[in-house]
Design a binder for this molecule. Structure first.
Ligand SMILES: Nc1ncnc2c1ncn2[C@@H]1O[C@H](COP(=O)(O)OP(=O)(O)O)[C@@H](O)[C@H]1O
Ligand SMILES: [Mg+2]
Length: 458
């Protein structure tokens, strides 16, 4: 599995990216508002100085005269290297004084004579901002409108805008750093319970499957619940495994002890007859332990594990036929009539042929070995509404109702101690049936017989 980045790293990256986007947008905004603010401030001074000049325009005789108040211009250029130009002209575009080639007012004053006009232009290769106002002078001889333009290079206001932007960038930068640091500390604090949890788990004894009782944040509680659930199942299955192993060992001990005793006795046997008898017992005990080991193996195979067996499409009718045929001789030898009752030609299901045969074999063998002579064992396959059924029915001794559940438990032999069974047959059947997603049930009447039914949903 590819390694997932740490929560802290991931959250920090996301939050920083969001902060970065927001502050970039804010810087855009700052840039345009800085321009507006700088222009407003500088334009006001431009306007003031144009106004001051316009107040010194008067008429002498038939002539217009201007007495430029140089303070008005100095007020502009005082604190920067900006250069200042002015121009006064009369309404009929006749140049009066100042710089004759200052760029003209775009458009015209239309009729809004009182509102100043500000505009950007190029003057001798420099960017300039020009403020223009239009006024009226009159005397008895002459009356005319005139325009005063004051231009100023834009270095000062550019520097102001630049400074406002740089300040803003600096502020945002500090903000991001502080936010990042707070975030980092906050997240570290937030994930601390996880580190505690990890530490506690690491210190645990491998056999300790007790639930985790650490207090954890809500978000992690689900994870802990999941782990606790797993622990519970693990501890249950380990307990079951221990029970099983000790049961199996116990079961194996009986035939092995018998083998040992019989061997010792056989070695001491004084006659051929006695030796033969001992060897017969020996043979029985060996069979019993072989069977037990085989059953244990079957159970292990039937129990689902990592490398699960794969299911194929198989014909159930054929499987039943085969296994029944295989067991007919052993039924006959006990005087039992084993038969198959099936009207279907085929019944396709998905399953594992080997396991299914194993299950059927166990059921039929039980019916044969626990039934008295001259009974009948019938294997039946049929379909009803939405399921298929396999039945193994006998006319033998039957099973007490109170034992019908218990006999499906491992090593439980009900009320029997005969035969070479070890109580693993039905658990194997159950395991196989459940593995296929099917169900098994038993019904029985004492002295009339027992019927095991496997139902297969279709
Ligand atoms: N057809 C049956 N008739 C009567 N008793 C049965 C039948 N099948 C199973 N049993 C009872 O269920 C017990 C458990 O069966 P099983 O799990 O196959 O173990 P085993 O056959 O090794 O004893 C048997 O010991 C027996 O008491
Ligand atoms: Mg059995």
């Amino acid at each position: 599995m590819p390694k997932q980045p740490a929560i802290r790293k991931r959250l920090s990256l996301i939050l920083l990216a969001v902060l970065f986007v927001i502050s970039s947008l804010m810087l855009f905004e700052v840039r345009s508002s800085a321009r507006i603010a700088a222009n407003e401030a500088y334009d006001r001074v431009l306007f003031g100085s144009a106004l001051a000049i316009s107040e010194r325009v008067f008429i002498v005789g038939n002539e217009i005269d201007v007495d430029i108040p140089y303070v008005a211009l100095e007020m502009l250029a005082s604190d920067t290297q900006d250069r200042v130009f002015y121009q006064v002209e009369t309404d009929v575009n006749s140049f009066l004084t100042g710089y004759a080639d200052l760029p003209p007012v775009p458009g015209a004053f239309e009729n809004q004579f009182d509102t100043p006009i500000f505009y950007d232009a190029k003057y001798h290769g420099d960017d300039v901002r020009i403020g223009a106002i239009n006024r009226y002078v009159s005397s008895q001889q002459l009356s005319t409108r005139f325009t005063v333009k004051v231009a100023e290079t834009t270095d000062g206001r550019q520097a102001l805008i630049q400074k406002m932007i740089t300040d803003a960038i600096l502020r945002q930068f500090i903000l991001i750093i502080v936010a990042g640091a707070i975030m980092w500390i906050g997240i570290s604090w937030g994930v601390k319970p996880l580190a505690h949890l990890q530490g506690a788990l690491a210190r645990r004894n491998p056999e300790d499957l007790h639930p985790i009782e650490h207090r954890v944040p809500q978000e992690v509680q689900h994870l802990v619940d999941g782990i606790n659930d797993l622990m519970k199942r693990l501890s249950d299955s380990m307990a079951a495994m221990r029970r099983f192993t000790s049961n199996a060992a116990h079961q194996l001990r009986t035939p092995l002890a018998a083998i040992q005793t019989q061997t010792e006795l056989a070695l001491k046997a004084s006659s051929a007859d006695e030796l033969k008898q001992r060897l017969t017992y020996l043979d029985q005990s060996t069979r019993q332990s072989t069977r037990l080991v085989n059953q244990l193996l079957s159970l292990a195979k039937a129990t689902p594990d990592e490398n699960s067996v794969t299911f194929d499409q198989i014909d159930l009718v054929n499987e039943c036929k085969e296994i029944t045929k295989e067991l007919v001789p052993s039924a006959l030898s006990k005087g039992i009539d084993l038969g198959l009752d099936c009207t279907l030609n085929r019944l396709e299901i998905s399953g594992h042929a080997g396991l299914i045969q194993e299950a059927l074999k166990n059921l039929i063998e039980n019916a044969i070995s626990y039934g008295p002579e001259n009974t009948v064992v019938t294997v039946r396959i049929y379909k009803d509404d939405n399921s298929a059924k396999i039945e193994v029915e006998d006319t033998g001794t039957g099973i007490f109702p109170e034992l019908q559940e218990a006999i499906f438990e491992r090593f439980n032999r009900g009320n029997r101690s005969d035969g070479d069974g070890c109580g693993l047959g039905l658990p194997i059947v159950k395991e196989i049936v459940e593995r296929h997603g099917w169900q098994i049930s038993v019904s029985s009447q004492i002295s009339k017989g027992a019927k095991f039914t496997i139902s297969i949903p279709l």
